[in-house]
Write a new protein. Sequence first.
Length: 747
Amino acid sequence: MKINHSILLASITILFFRCHTVSYEEPNISLENYKIVSGFDLKVVASEPFIEAPVSIDFDNQGRIWVVEMKGYMQNLKDSGSQLPNGTISILEDLDKDGIIDHSKIFLDSLVLPRAIAHVYDGLLYAEPPFLYFVGIENDKPVNKIIVDSNYSDGGNVEHQPNGLMMNIDNWIYSAKSNFRYQRVKGTWVKEATSYRGQWGISRDNMGRLYYNNNSVQLIGDFVLPNTTIRNPYFKPSHSINKVLTENQRVYPLHATSVNRGYVPGVLDKDSLLVNVTSACGPLIYRGNQFSENYLQNAFVCVPEANLIKRNILTFEADQIIANQAYDNREFIASTDEGFRPVNLFNGPDGAMYIVDMHRGIIQDKAFLSPYLHKQLATKKLDTIIGMGRILKVTDTSKKLNEILNLDQLNETELVSLLKSPNAWLRDKSQQILIQRNAISATPAIRELSLNTKEPIGQLHALYTLKGLDALSFDILEKIAELGQPNILAHTLILFEDHASVEKSEIMARLFSNLLLKNDPVIDLYLCMTLGTWSKFSKFMFYPMLVRLSQAYIEKGIYQEAILSGLSGAEDSFHNYLQKSDNSRSIEPLRSLVNVSLENIKHDRKNSIYITTSVSTDPRTAGYQIYSKLCATCHGMNGGGIEGVAPPLINSEFVNESSEKLALIILHGLQGPIHVGGKLYEFNGTMPGLANNHEYTDEDIADIISYVQNAFVDHGKSISKARIKELREVKPKSGSLFTEQELLKIN
């Protein structure tokens, strides 16, 4: 047969282009039941089928969105499939450049409940419990995966494990729900203790202070730079970190809300509207330049249980930060769409604010799911909202978006210029790229920026870029100390410590003396932190300065604690100095703190962050794990019991009315028949007790009770491990198993 090569070539060409045709089909998602404050626009930039169950995002150097998809989380009311390896990290692309995602590709798959990512060190850091991994990127493919920390999120509940992975201005990577921070130095990963922060989501302000929250508090934060008041391992500060910033937790949803403890008086109002936050998460300090100036460094908070996002205005003072709600009786964004589940917020490369909407009906983990909420979810069919996910973008309608730059294509001069950009995303990324490139040739320009007092934000980024390049000299810090604003000096004083030595002591004593003359409360606070470090080289030069500061701020606990932090290891020496001077009683608060630290040293009582290595598993989660393995076979995962095998636990008197009777049943077993809810259950089998099973401790029994009373009744009563231990000796008179009659006779 003769082949017509022209026709064949044409057919192959058509087939080739058909296989490689680019499709730009984009879902049309209506937001008509979403309300946003006047002057702003809300737009869906990514949705299903391109993403599912997103919980976090990050932007790469090209400005593309990378998304963490926790697909296994609570796919149904039974929580079946939560451990399936169906999680992914995907790259989202807008190929037709219209601002809407039209393609996605998987970077990593087969993950179990992944939770966080960060583009750092020219690769990707990501968390898949219990591991923290780092992987290189070549042609959008993972290469050379390594384990950074095998114990990053070991233990805990899926809602209470470390997350966030945010690079701060100080070149350290911080997490929420964790007391560790990470950094790669000359190719080696460093893990270091830090303060324990929040639950889900973490953010920072332009100075580098950290913000976070927990379910019942909108915003919590640190009044000081990270790790500056925890340097004394034998003292835990209370005035400077983990401070509640929002006294008012009020929310204003648009519709009746289904929440876990809605039956508790005061949780809902008379119209079934949520009163205060119960699942606050994903805070963001807005640091872009697309919103008007009065929105700069405002705090935005996700409230997924009420389908809304709050706005708080921050007020910065020398030794505290205050947050006040921006509106009365309304929210920044609110919706009647019960699938709208904002769980994280991010500043974007274009200056906009991005919302990660998990878009799930169920956002309460099985271990914490109350019978009340279980019924609400089932009645409303919220468990059918599955397989979805959204990323939304908030923009100011009066201003244009910034152009999204490909930072990989910029030279070092252009990157240095971006260190003073009004858009924080560009500043942060440029700092890290310069460090990653080891841009030594750019150091003259970076030094010049570090001395430019007209660009204070640029100064800060320049300082830490130089530090990351190992090019921050003592001379540069001296010049900045002469010229800098108080917030710049705060960082400078801490950075001076890298040069602490006997040789530099006299220079620093003169510098500190001049700074003390300014009587500036910000400068004085950081002098309190750093003088103890220098006093190790000359206590006679620096101890009098500490006394002077303590006297000047005698009523301010944060200053006294800052001094004690810096004195770590020198408490005994400072105590002796006070004993021999006339200042001891004039600084009584500080003297008392020093004595507390000395007592802690004597008994080896350290701040828990220095001895905690992993997240502890809370009782309900631990109890759920035991229940699902041991008890669910007979009582069912939903506690409904199995006919002829075991009675229901839901609303059972033996679960609801007496923790002690429930403990006796678990410890020593039960034989039927038994009445539950007025119905007689007769079953031939018996329930064996765990008292003689050494695999289960008193704590395990208490955990089972904690879970069962949370999951199957509305008003459970807690029981201590000590009482469980005592009840091991309260055995059935028959020497066998308890009966209903015998249990009812026990008070």
